[in-house]
Design a binder for this molecule. Structure first.
Ligand code: SAH
Length: 347
C-alpha cells in the first residue's frame, strides 16, 4: 500500500462520491481497508484541553464568537492546564491538544512556558496546539519550544464562501498563509472544514480537497456543521451525517497516510457517530480533558456531548466503544506515519 495516493480523481468523480447517498457503504468499506493496511486497527487518542472560550474573532457559525454575550467566559490558569495534562498522562494519553479561542491574554511567552513544562515532565508526549492565527515568528517560537503539531482548519477554500462565514476583519488569504507557515516551520499540520456549513456547495468542498492535496497536511479534521442557537446562523440546519461519513472516507482514500479524527461534532449529530467515523476510515479520537466545570461553556455548537463526564469516565467509555466498533486504543504519541522523530520532519 502506497502511503500517498498519486491517482488523480477528477471533479466529476469527487462530486458523485460527495453527493450520492447510495455510495456511503462502499466508500466506507474501501476507506476502512486502506486504514487497516496502514494503521491496522489502532486508534490514537488525544486529550483535549479547552483552555479558554474568550475569542477576539466573530465567526458567524461559532458559539464562542466575540459578539455572543450569552456565553459565560472562562480561562484556565497555567496551573489548571498542567493539572489536566498530568491527569491525562495518568489516564494513558500521550498527546495533549491545547485548543481555545483567540484569547490575547495568552502571550507567546506563556504558551512557550506551558509547552516546555509539559515536555519537561514527560518526554514521551506530543503537544498539539490549536490557537488560531498567529504570526510566523510566534509559530516558530512555539515549535522551538517543543510543540509538535498544529490544528488550524482552513474552514473553506472558496474566497466568497469564506466571506459568508466570517466578518470582513478576517482574511481568507491570511488563514491559508498561516497553514503554509506552520508547515514550513515543521509542525505536523492539520487542516479541515465543516461539512454542510451555511452556503457551502459541492464545488466548495472539492476546492477544499484540492487545497488539502496541495498542502499535504499530516492531519485532517472534519465534522458536520452544527447549529448554535446564539449565533447569526441559528436558523441554518445541521450538516449531513451521511455526507460527513462519505467525506471521512474520501479523505482516507485521497490521503492514506493521514491522521483523521472521528470528531466530537460527528459524535454529537449521531449517538454512534464516532464509531461510524472510525469505520469510515478515521483513526483518531479527541476526548475532552477539560475540567468538568468549564466544559459546558466551550459551546461551539448546541448539545455537545460529554460535557458532564469526568475525564476518567470519558476514557473508560471510549475504550469500550472503540472495542465494540472493532478497534483498539493505543497508548502512543501516534505521530503521522511519514514522521521521523529524530529530525522532527515528515515527508
Ligand atoms: N480558535 C481556534 C479553534 C477553533 S474551534 C482556531 O481558530 O483554530 C475548532 C473548530 O471548531 C473550528 O475550526 C470550526 O471548524 C469548528 N466549529 C466551530 N463552530 C462550529 C459549529 N457551529 N459546528 C461545527 N463545528 C464548529
Amino acid at each position: 500500500m502506497e502511503l500517498k495516493n498519486t491517482k488523480h480523481y477528477d471533479d466529476e468523480t469527487l462530486k458523485r462520491w460527495i453527493e450520492d447517498e447510495s455510495l456511503t457503504d462502499r466508500l466506507n468499506n474501501k476507506a476502512d481497508a486502506i486504514r487497516r493496511e496502514i494503521y491496522g486497527n489502532k486508534v490514537f487518542v488525544r486529550g483535549l484541553i479547552e483552555f479558554s472560550n474568550i475569542c477576539k474573532n466573530d465567526c458567524y457559525y461559532c458559539g464562542i464568537r466575540k459578539s455572543n454575550d450569552k456565553v459565560e467566559r472562562y480561562r484556565l490558569s497555567e496551573e489548571d492546564i498542567l493539572a489536566c495534562a498530568d491527569l491525562g498522562y495518568k489516564l494513558g494519553y500521550r498527546t495533549f491538544v491545547l485548543q481555545g479561542g483567540e484569547d490575547g491574554h495568552f502571550t507567546d511567552d506563556m504558551f512557550v512556558d506551558i509547552v516546555k513544562k509539559i515536555k519537561n515532565l514527560h518526554d514521551d508526549v506530543a503537544i498539539t496546539l490549536s490557537l488560531g492565527e498567529r504570526s510566523y515568528d510566534s509559530y516558530k517560537r512555539l515549535f522551538e519550544a517543543g510543540a509538535d503539531r498544529y490544528l488550524l482548519r482552513q474552514e473553506t477554500s472558496d474566497k466568497d464562501h469564506y466571506s459568508k462565514l466570517h466578518p470582513e476583519t478576517m482574511s481568507f488569504e491570511r488563514r491559508r498563509q498561516a497553514l503554509r507557515d506552520l508547515k514550513e516551520i515543521g509542525f505536523q499540520v492539520g487542516g479541515g472544514f465543516m461539512v454542510g456549513s451555511p452556503y457551502q456547495r459541492t464545488e466548495d468542498i472539492i476546492k477544499d480537497l484540492r487545497f488539502l492535496e496541495e498542502l499535504e497536511p499530516a492531519m485532517i479534521g472534519i465534522g458536520p456543521y452544527m447549529t448554535q442557537h446564539d449565533t447569526p446562523f441559528r436558523n441554518f440546519p445541521n450538516g449531513s451525517f451521511e455526507m460527513t461519513l462519505r467525506l471521512v472516507s474520501i479523505l482516507r482514500i485521497l490521503f492514506p497516510y493521514a491522521l483523521i479524527p472521528a470528531t466530537t461534532a460527528l459524535g454529537t449529530i449521531n449517538p454512534l457517530g464516532r464509531e461510524r467515523g472510525l469505520q469510515a476510515g478515521a483513526n483518531v479520537l479527541m476526548p475532552n480533558l477539560s475540567p468538568t466545570m468549564v466544559r459546558e461553556k466551550y459551546s461551539l455548537y448546541d448539545n455537545k456531548i460529554c460535557t458532564g463526564d469526568e475525564a476518567a469516565e470519558c476514557r473508560a467509555c471510549l475504550e469500550l466503544r472503540i472495542k465494540n466498533a472493532g478497534y483498539e486504543i493505543v497508548t502512543d504519541r501516534g505521530d503521522v506515519i511519514t514522521y521521523d522523530k529524530n529530525t522532527r520532519k515528515y515527508s
